[in-house]
Ligand binder design. Structure first.
Ligand code: AMP
Ligand code: MN
Ligand code: MN
Ligand code: MN
Length: 279
């Protein structure tokens, strides 16, 4: 069965692999299809495509949009975006610029509380690219403030709503979906059941409204979904006529073990997703 992994990050957001390294690992693990879907950036797609042609892997270009609904984060995957779409790229640029200043503000807050980290080091960890909390978390680990990355996501530090947390600019979930559908692209709701510390799953009511507004799929199989969540979301996808996808959400070595290919999409579901491109 061909391995189809529809969600992976690179150094263009909070992954640790370059796009070429991600593609090489996908090939090594026998994947036939890999989506490069960084947070708020399509910058890794072109490089991945170049490497993929040589490795015999099909790249599904993607981007994981930061959106918000009633104060809670909702991640929306847009597949096969038009990389030259000015409306989309303008929005992505705004999201990235805000991530930069927000990163700076979180570091200032942490410094104010006496934690010895610098924005310069955070920028280095992010390799000068799109900044996310995992990069700040890594700086905190390096500085000996916390033993592991996940420990930085606390009330005291940069957990959502935590003492040094700063909100990021994000699109309203339904507006983000409208943006994707206006451009006739494919939209899949990422990890609807993921509960990071203190956060709630995406409300079912929002999923239903999104389905009515043209959502194409639900990421049913995800490393952070337990068996119960998978059964629930598979059933919901069936009921709402959505494609059920499966993806590793690989962040390279940032979360171990390296997840690439650990969750995959059924080839028939992938074919359905592709066929919706013509709608
Ligand atoms: P940001 O988009 O900058 O707010 O950072 C969110 C990213 O941090 C997510 O995409 C995850 O990769 C990571 N993350 C969020 N919460 C946690 C957590 N509790 N433990 C580990 N990583 C987390
Ligand atoms: Mn991430
Ligand atoms: Mn996500
Ligand atoms: Mn992701």
């Amino acid at each position: 069965m061909p391995g189809i992994d529809l969600h992976a990050h690179t150094i263009y957001s909070d992954g640790t692999f370059t796009p070429a390294e991600a593609v090489a690992l996908a090939a090594e693990r026998g994947l036939s299809v890999l989506s490069i879907s960084d947070h708020d950036s399509t910058e890794g797609v072109a490089e991945a495509k170049g490497a993929a042609a040589r490795a015999g892997v099909e790249i599904v270009p993607g981007v994981e949009l930061s959106t918000v609904h009633e104060g809670g984060p909702v991640h929306l995957l847009c597949y096969w975006p038009d990389l030259g779409d000015e409306e989309l790229q303008g929005e992505l640029r705004r999201l990235r610029e805000d991530r930069w200043t927000r990163g700076q503000r979180m570091v200032e807050k942490l410094q104010g509380f006496g934690y010895p980290i610098t924005f310069e080091r955070v920028r280095e960890i992010a390799r000068g690219k799109n900044i996310g909390r995992p990069h700040i978390a890594e700086a905190l680990v390096e500085a000996g403030v916390v033993p592991e990355l996940k420990d930085a996501f606390s009330d005291e530090l940069i957990g959502t709503g935590g003492r040094a947390y700063v909100e990021k600019h994000a699109l309203a979930s339904l507006d983000a979906l409208a943006l994707v559908k206006r451009a006739h692209r494919i939209a899949v709701l990422a990890h609807p059941g993921l509960r990071w510390r203190g956060e709630q799953p995406v409300p079912d009511e929002l999923i239903e409204r999104m389905a009515e507004a043209g959502l194409d799929g639900l990421e049913v199989d995800h490393p952070d979904h337990d068996a119960t969540a998978r059964v629930r979301y598979r059933e919901m996808a069936r009921r709402l006529g959505l494609v059920a996808t499966g993806s590793s959400d690989c962040h390279g070595t940032r979360y171990d073990p390296v997840r690439m290919g650990s969750e995959t999409t059924d080839p028939e579901e992938f074919a359905r997703l592709k066929s919706r491109r013509g709608l």
